[in-house]
Design a protein around this ligand. Structure first.
Ligand code: FPP
Length: 261
């Protein structure tokens, strides 16, 4: 009987053919990223491709988000950031926006027992004050209940825009300058980072975008300066744990130079 080469030697040849448990073992045997961010794209196309209403794609998208959160926990990631609703998403048809709001609120509410069981902490980044009050209250409840959990931190970007986040940081710095607390020439990168919604979160090591689109769409603009990017044609509802593990394996094979040599 032929002897199977070690997993690591097979990495480049058959990553695509490895099953979920083997992929998990493989990526866990090497240093895992601390923070993975995901632009979950393609729910609408997933649904229309099947002759279904777009809402069906968003419902499947919620299932994918749940599975990927479990996978991130299994991997031992410290932070997983999911782009759930952008400031640009308000321009969608009113019905889709209100359906998305209630779907996101309900999913987060229903997830509370499992988040507690898995010791996952939920945080929200974005202008949450701009979302309907009942949605805000529902989400804040889960954020409060999970605040003391010490495992994976799940950051949900909700009513989030990268430029808005930078504007908010610039405004708070300008206020400090006006109060005489800070001198303009002394403002450093750390001050800008400290003014962001992600102030105490390390920058993402890896950003994944599904559905074949190759852009960053106003997501974490400051934070992704040195982030490794991974684009996959898979539509978000079809993206599962094995896809996350493959993206992490690809990340592990890259050399990060942070501008050096
Ligand atoms: C992209 O699909 C997805 C969104 C607009 C965000 C909504 C995400 C979910 C419902 C997933 C669940 C998330 C959480 C955190 C519970 P699209 O409508 O832009 O797809 P399209 O580009 O094919 O139209």
């Amino acid at each position: 009987m032929a002897v199977k080469p070690p997993l690591i030697a097979r990495l480049s040849t058959d990553l695509a053919t490895l099953g979920e448990p083997e992929l998990l073992d493989l990526v866990r045997s090497r240093p895992v990223p601390q923070h993975v961010a995901v632009i979950m794209d393609g729910n609408g196309r997933w649904a229309t491709g099947r002759g279904l209403p777009r809402v069906a794609g968003h419902r499947e998208g919620v299932k994918a988000a749940r599975a990927v959160t479990r996978a991130a926990d299994a991997l031992g990631l410290r932070y997983l950031t999911l782009y759930a609703f952008s400031t640009e998403n308000w321009s969608r048809p009113v019905q889709e926006v209100s359906m998305l709001m209630s779907l996101l609120e309900r999913s987060i509410h229903d997830e509370l027992p499992e988040l507690m069981e898995r010791n996952v902490r939920l945080r929200v980044i974005g202008r949450t004050e701009g979302v309907p009050a009942p949605v805000q209250r529902g989400i804040n409840h889960v954020v409060r209940e999970t605040a003391r959990n010490s495992g994976l931190t799940l950051l949900m970007a909700f009513n989030y825009g990268g430029r808005d986040e930078l504007l908010d940081a610039v405004r708070s710095l300008a206020r400090r300058v006006a109060l005489g607390e800070l001198k303009p020439d002394e403002i450093c990168e750390r001050d800008v980072s400290a003014g962001l919604y992600t102030r105490d979160v390390p920058d993402p090591d890896l950003l994944i975008r599904t559905s074949g689109e190759m852009r960053v769409s106003n997501f974490l603009l400051w934070q992704i300066a040195y982030t490794e990017l991974c684009f996959t044609p898979t539509l978000w509802p079809d993206f599962g744990p094995a896809d996350l593990y493959r993206a992490v394996a690809e990340f592990q094979g890259r050399t990060r130079r942070f501008g050096g040599v």
